[in-house]
Design a protein around this ligand. Structure first.
Ligand SMILES: [Zn+2]
Length: 459
């Protein structure tokens, strides 16, 4: 190889300009130098084990789904406390929360006429039930609230189906949440909603409804994408379809539950707290592995990894497994109420409730200064491609505290089939890849560790 004189070198390099403009690679900032080694160790340790996946599998296999008020949830909470202690976490305890206790009971939906035949159905959480004999009525199918209002003279005495194809969760979920009252106030006797999720092999999605105070409460349930399309076709052909819906759903008195808390106490500023977690309750179908067992285990794993590597940051890192996110939000509210005096010392809160598939980074809500910091820290995750920071972060359980005290909020962001799976009988561990949950845990661990360790507080 010829020795290049300086001028020749410049000319050679000029022929191959770096592709800097269309490949945005941010150089890792200087201030992160002390965190490069611990970050690499956290990522390495996470990827070297399937501990998070095994723990999530155990949770789902052993306790099943974990609806508020169920003995399963309470048994899982007791297990989590014992396991956190075995991991060597500190200050492990529960914080009592009264939760609503809704039970599904038996349920069925059938085409009563012209030719009787069963359909797949899944009642919506917090729905009232039908009379013991069920409700039989003619079907009215609409594709929007506008179509419902246009058909308002024909709603009375009918079962209304909102047949709205899934676009985004935010856009489509309002038919599940608000549809029952919108139909009920016009005289409908029951409401059905096309499952809020992408088409998934005739799989229905449950989820909470929200009755408007003072308006009639009618039973409400989800049907599958396939069955919704079929009922639409039958009605479009001019067929008069009669449906029969039976639901035993009802509320029992509020039940005792708890948030689970574990910590690594800060070595210099233990009173300043970085909180991470997920919600431990789930809907009463599947095993709640994606929603949100995975978020609980991955955040908890972040503390286990720090403990394992003897990384004790300057500030306290606290994992919280919130109860009752799905049908009440009482766990997140109770955390706010019970920690009100301490919220000013909450440096950051992170919730993972979007699945633990391939991590891409975090959503962040806070100041621009905070955003710049978090973007810097994320460069430590470039090696696992989890270095993206998107415009907003947060979560249902951290929401009350974050809003109260203006706490910087993060959420784990992933690429995966969350909305296909969540709230369905298909939400089980086999949909989760051990390496992806390991990397999700690593991403959370690195972000959390640096925020808890860096000399100045995240602002
Ligand atoms: Zn969730």
């Amino acid at each position: 190889m010829p020795i290049l004189r300086p001028l020749a070198l410049v000319l050679l390099l000029a022929q191959f300009p770096p592709p800097a403009l269309d490949v945005p690679k941010r150089a890792a900032p200087e201030w992160l130098a002390p965190y490069r080694d611990p970050a690499a160790r956290l990522i390495g340790e996470a990827a070297a084990t399937d501990a998070a996946w095994q723990r999530l599998a155990y949770l789902g296999d052993t306790y099943g789904h974990r609806l508020s008020g169920s003995p399963n949830l309470e048994a899982a909470i007791r297990w989590a406390v014992e396991e956190m202690k075995r991991d060597g976490l500190e200050n492990v305890h529960t914080e009592a929360v009264k939760v609503p206790h809704w039970v599904r009971g038996r349920e069925s939906l059938e085409i009563a006429g012209p030719i009787p035949q069963p359909l797949v159905v899944l009642g919506l959480g917090n729905s009232v039930g039908t009379p013991a004999a069920g409700i039989e009525a003619e079907l009215l199918v609409v594709r929007s609230f506008e179509e419902l209002d246009a058909a308002k003279d024909r709603v009375k005495g009918r079962i209304v189906l909102f047949n709205v194809p899934f676009t985004t969760y935010g856009d489509t979920v309002r038919f599940r949440a608000l549809g029952p009252s919108r139909a009920g106030v016009l005289g409908a006797v029951a409401m059905l909603v096309r499952a809020v999720g992408p088409a998934g092999l005739r799989t229905p999605h449950t989820g909470a409804l929200s009755y408007v105070d003072g308006q009639p409460q009618i039973p409400a349930a989800a049907v599958t994408t396939e069955d919704a399309a079929r009922l639409q076709r039958m009605v479009d052909r001019g067929t008069t379809v009669r449906l029969k819906l039976l639901m035993e759903a009802r509320f029992l008195p509020d039940a005792d539950s708890a948030n689970v808390v574990g910590e690594i106490r800060g070595r210099e500023r233990p009173d300043e707290v970085v909180v991470i977690g997920g919600h431990f309750d789930s809907w009463d179908v599947g095993t709640g592995s994606t929603d949100d067992g995975g978020g609980c285990i991955a955040t908890w794993e972040a503390l286990r990894l720090m403990k394992k590597l003897n990384l004790r940051p300057r500030r306290t890192v606290r994992v919280v497994l919130w109860t009752n996110e799905e049908n009440g939000g009482r766990g997140g509210q109770a955390y706010h109420d019970q920690h009100l005096a301490e919220l000013a010392n909450h440096v950051m809160m992170l919730e993972s409730d979007g699945g633990v598939f391939r991590p891409t980074g975090f959503g962040f809500s806070g100041t621009e200064t905070g955003r710049a910091r978090v973007r810097d820290i994320a460069t430590l995750l470039a090696g696992i491609h989890a270095d993206g920071i998107s415009p907003s972060g947060g979560g249902a359980d951290i929401g009350p505290s974050v809003q109260q005290a203006g706490i910087p909020a993060l959420s784990l962001e992933v690429e995966g089939n969350y909305f296909l799976l969540h709230h369905t009988p298909a939400d089980t561990i086999d949909k989760i890849d051990p390496l992806e949950i390991a990397r999700s845990s690593a991403a959370i661990a690195v972000m959390t560790y640096v925020i808890a360790e860096m000399p100045e507080r995240l602002r």
